[in-house]
Design a protein around this ligand. Structure first.
Ligand SMILES: *Cc1c(COP(=O)(O)O)cnc(C)c1O
Length: 421
């Protein structure tokens, strides 16, 4: 039996309606930007396996370091103990994070990073005896699949069955270059009517909303307003972090820095699951007390796993290297050229780009929309490129090490797809 046949017996895949999508592809190896399936077919991983493997799959710079660390210290409790990989990582990460971020709290995935950000914000107010119990988030945001993270997410297809169990969250529209005053008015009204604890947002690019992009100046005004009103700002940089937008973090585009930042995905370059919620000294100080119960009593068994910390440190060394920074600029320029070339194609409604994140919305008839995603996906896979369209949007978010030839192929296959929709 093939792997994909044996898979069906016991495995339940994430985000999958198995009755409608019974087929899986068994991937047997990955190297650089290439995924290879059990039949020997190769696919260019043009979304870096959900934007994690940004330095290429099985990058020896990362895997060798982790292999060495494995011989020395594999796992240890992070309550009461500490270790060099976590300490070195904290020093390296705090050098590149926005300068107000001074403390790091570890967990295992993007959703828990957000969950912890929300809990930090809520307990911050509670520790200061302030009654604040409402959250604010952008429309159409995505922050993960645990209950707190789901609450601030605004995509109903994920959240429908759980709606009545979620936290109290008010929504504001994302800022564009026409609506700054309207968005601020909306927020001001909410702030007057409710006791708002925190604003949770994806800075500049909303990933699951099909790479919807918004305006840095408008976001900066929102963040300033939150600061004035004592609303804790929680930037979910799980997707945008570590160079994707052209700066180390999307928050680097705004003058006003968030109180809390959530990180995962590219943090470990796809090698191990890990997440970090960072915060400013102001947040940490609200928990630092002679009273036991003012501490943050949240913890995960694998917090700051030494192997994951080692992977993350190696990734930061790569990210800050001249080679990777040059590649980021080069891919950004190549995407711009590609955008210029296809923007007037009759099937292209619009193009969006921030750094190496490139998205194009297709202009297609409504009745065909339902099958559009599957048609596109199948076309891409048949032509050896792994892309996962979101609705009528095709996006690229490939590793920083993708070659020109591989990029050419990705562009070519996308252009081919425009002829079949
Ligand atoms: C992927 C993602 C999450 C959730 O991370 P998981 O590791 O899948 O739990 C949260 N926020 C954003 C912006 C993401 O892209």
């Amino acid at each position: 039996m093939t792997l994909k046949e044996r898979d069906k017996k016991h495995l339940w895949h994430p985000l999958t309606q198995h009755k409608l999508h019974p087929h899986t592809i068994a991937i047997s190896k990955a190297k650089g930007c290439t995924l290879t399936d059990e039949d020997g077919n190769n696919y260019i991983d043009a979304i870096a396996s959900w934007y994690t493997s940004m330095y290429g799959h099985c990058n020896p710079y990362i895997t060798n370091r982790v292999a060495e660390q494995m011989q020395v210290l594999d796992q240890v409790v992070f309550t009461g103990f500490t270790h060099e990989p976590a300490i070195k990582l904290s020093e390296a990460l705090c050098k590149i994070l926005p300068e107000n971020q001074t403390k790091l709290f570890f967990s295992d995935n993007g959703s828990t990073a957000v969950e912890i950000g929300i809990k930090m914000a809520l307990q911050y107010h509670s520790n200061k005896s302030q009654k604040r119990n409402v959250l604010v988030a952008f429309e159409h945001g995505f922050h993960g699949d645990t209950l707190g993270a789901m609450s601030v997410s605004g995509l109903s297809v994920y959240n429908g069955p759980f709606a009545e169990f979620l936290m109290d969250v008010k929504r504001i529209p994302t800022p564009d270059d026409t609506n700054h005053d309207m968005v601020l008015d909306h927020l001001r009204k909410l702030a007057l009517e409710f006791d708002i604890a925190a604003f949770v947002y994806e800075p500049l690019v909303q990933g699951a909303a099909a790479m919807k992009m918004h305006d840095a100046e408008g976001l900066d005004q929102i963040l300033k307003f939150c600061n004035e009103f004592g609303i804790i700002t929680v930037a979910d940089e799980v997707m945008t972090g570590f160079g994707k937008t052209g700066k180390y973090f999307a928050s680097d585009y705004m003058e006003t820095k968030p109180d809390i930042i959530c990180l995962s995905k590219a943090l470990t370059g796809g090698l191990m699951p890990m997440a970090i919620t960072s915060c400013s000294q102001k947040i940490y100080d609200a928990f630092y007390s002679d009273e036991m119960d003012k501490g943050l009593f949240h913890g995960h068994t694998y917090s700051a796993n030494p192997l994951a910390c080692t992977a993350a440190l190696a990734c930061i060394e790569l990210l800050t290297s001249e080679d990777i920074q040059t590649n980021i600029k080069h891919i950004t320029e190549r995407h711009q050229d590609f955008g210029e070339r296809i923007k007037s194609h009759p099937k292209v409604a619009s193009i969006r780009q921030k750094g190496i994140i490139f998205a194009m919305e297709l202009d297609v008839e409504n009745e065909r929309y339902g099958n559009l995603r599957d048609t596109l996906y199948n076309h891409f896979m048949e032509h050896g490129v792994y892309l996962r369209p979101l609705g009528n949007t095709i996006y690229i978010q490939a590793a920083y090490v993708i070659s020109d030839a591989e990029l050419d192929k990705v562009y070519e296959v996308i252009e081919g797809a425009l002829e079949i929709v």
